[in-house]
Design a protein around this ligand. Structure first.
Ligand code: SIN
Length: 546
């Protein structure tokens, strides 16, 4: 046994850190993260946190916008809970030291703190609390600082989780079948520097590993987004849901050297328009909300325009705004675009859609509990019912904060009744008979192949034929990965490949299952939403294989 702790947290974004800071008041915490602590999707989040602070806004309106965006699949009770809890969670961040942009003029008039509220697609009001265009970074920085100096939190960087340890696995394999009574008692984690798989025993385990954008060739996500939490939970027997609903962000910078840099929706919120190469604004043809339509609509419109014209990109034009305002409001986007030779104050920015957010994930209840006892999930890894078929912009950091709070409350209640005394029964990681790989090329070949066919066949616009092609390919690749996995010592690349292959397969199977178009899932064979047959979640659980 390498580590024995009360709470094991896998992932270091807003979800894992906010949860860590809460539960550390009650027990010891070990937080593992596969790269450096700041390598998370949170750190890249530009837009902000959606919440009701505007004088003309209301909870009911935020709830309605979320339900409209979710296209019939949101859980209304969850939406209400998250929206109503938002302001308290944001005030909590401010108390911890996070600084958001303030509307100075309004504040001077009333003497009350008054946020500068941004606007994004699908929102009927300005309600995005933000820190310029680097909201995630500001939040992450403060939470990391607090976690690093907390004496009950141990942070282990360069540690990648391989698999969860469950009761059924811990016991002699084959004697116990996975059931809903199964429970999680920790994880096997590869220490990348030491090249050794360590055993972590915990009373409560939290998955907060973020999303799975790296399943696709083009993504706004950081390299860590390989769906690790979803894949591990699925392998352990947890229920996953709605994985066909992958959100493509409409506007990532298009440049041969840019690694999918996001141009925030907040830019459209400040008046930018999407135009084609001739300078014609096209969103009016697709939706009455034009450039501020929901993301699925805008991404599909761009996809249609690109297929029609054969062009490499469309353009985002905000040149009509005062250059000083642009530089002040979007300093990060301005600098990044400029570094690729695009001055957004003078020229439209070339943009394309890219995979951005996984709306499905590990199924959880309102406390972040999965159907494996003592295993919790928070943030993008989870499917809580908030997002339905399409997440409303800037609802994700909000969801992570609200669920970090409810999950912390419930896990503190639960951990007091758990003994770690059976830790010694845990079977250590067994790599007897495996050798170091002599064919690393297999990993990179399969990785590239998956990402390319997922982009081409399981992307913004799908068809039965394309999905069937993807399904055939993933089956072959899965066989190769299994063979490779059992014969060679695990490496971080192999662990990630195994995870993206599982998530890709789940996305394909979920998309094949849903014979309609809804939210982010669009199949040309079934272009309409069909409430009679498909007004339900797509739920998957792995049969127990020992
Ligand atoms: C953005 O800034 O456009 C991204 C915000 C989000 O994905 O919610």
């Amino acid at each position: 046994m390498d580590y024995k702790t009360d709470f094991l947290i896998i992932g270091s974004g807003i979800a894992g850190l906010a949860y860590a800071l809460k539960v550390a008041a009650f027990g010891d915490v070990v937080l593992v993260t596969k790269k450096e602590i700041m390598d998370s999707s949170t750190n890249k989040a530009q837009g902000g946190i959606a919440s009701v602070f505007g004088k003309l806004d209301s909870f009911d309106m935020h709830i309605q916008d979320t339900l409209d965006s979710g296209d019939g699949l949101c859980d209304k009770a969850v939406v209400e809970m998250v929206v109503k809890d938002g302001p308290d969670r944001i005030r909590e961040l401010i108390d911890l030291g996070v600084k958001f942009n303030i509307d100075e003029a309004a504040q001077q008039k009333t003497g009350e703190p008054d946020f500068d509220l941004g606007r994004e697609g699908g929102h009927s009001h300005n309600r995005i609390v933000h820190a310029q265009d680097m909201t995630g970074k500001e939040v992450e920085k403060v939470l990391v600082r607090l976690a690093e100096k907390h004496d009950r939190i141990t942070i282990l960087e360069n540690h990648i989780a391989v698999d969860l340890i469950t009761y059924s696995k811990r016991m002699k394999r084959g004697l116990v079948t996975t059931t809903h009574e199964d429970y999680c008692c920790g994880a096997y984690v590869l220490d990348i520097s030491e090249k050794r798989v360590k055993t972590f025993c915990s009373k409560i385990t939290l998955l907060a590993t973020g999303g799975a954008g790296k399943v696709y060739l083009y993504t706004s996500n950081p390299d860590i987004a390989t769906g690790d939490g979803i894949a591990m939970a699925y392998r352990a027997g947890a229920t996953v849901a709605n994985l066909e609903f992958v959100q493509f962000h409409p506007t990532c910078l298009y440049h041969p050297k840019a690694k999918s840099f996001l141009v925030s929706e907040a830019v459209r919120g400040e008046g930018a328009r999407l135009i084609d190469a001739d300078g014609t604004a096209f969103m009016g043809q697709y939706d009455s909300l034009k450039d501020l339509a929901c993301r699925d609509v805008v991404a599909r419109a761009i996809d249609t325009e690109l297929k029609k014209s054969g062009a490499d990109s469309v353009f985002l034009d905000i040149t009509h705004k005062d250059p000083d305002f642009i530089k002040e409001r979007f300093p990060n986007i301005y600098e990044e675009c400029l570094s690729y030779g695009v001055d957004m104050t003078r020229n439209p920015i070339p943009v394309v859609p890219a995979a951005h957010y996984m709306c499905g994930g590990v199924a959880s209840d309102v406390f972040g509990r999965t159907d494996i006892q003592r295993l919790y999930v928070v943030g993008e890894t989870a499917c809580t019912g908030l997002h339905g078929a399409n997440r409303l912009a800037s609802n994700s950091l909000l969801e992570a904060l609200v669920y970090a709070n409810t999950a912390a409350g419930k896990s503190v209640e639960e951990f007091r009744h758990v003994e770690n005394s059976n830790a010694n029964d845990i079977v250590p990681w067994d790599d007897v008979g495996t050798t170091d790989s002599d064919e690393v090329i297999t990993v990179s070949q399969n990785w590239d192949e998956i990402r390319r066919f997922m982009w081409n066949y399981v992307g913004i616009v799908r068809s039965d034929k394309r999905l069937a092609r993807a399904d055939r390919r993933i089956e072959i690749i899965q066989k190769e990965i299994k063979e490779y996995y059992w014969n060679f010592k695990v490496t971080a690349d192999l662990i990630e490949l195994r995870n993206i292959a599982i998530v890709a397969e789940l996305i394909i199977k979920s998309a094949m299952h849903r014979k309609e178009s809804r939210g982010l899932h669009y199949n040309i064979e079934y272009p309409e939403r069909n409430d009679r047959l498909w007004n339900k979640d797509t739920v998957m659980r792995r049969p127990f294989v020992g």
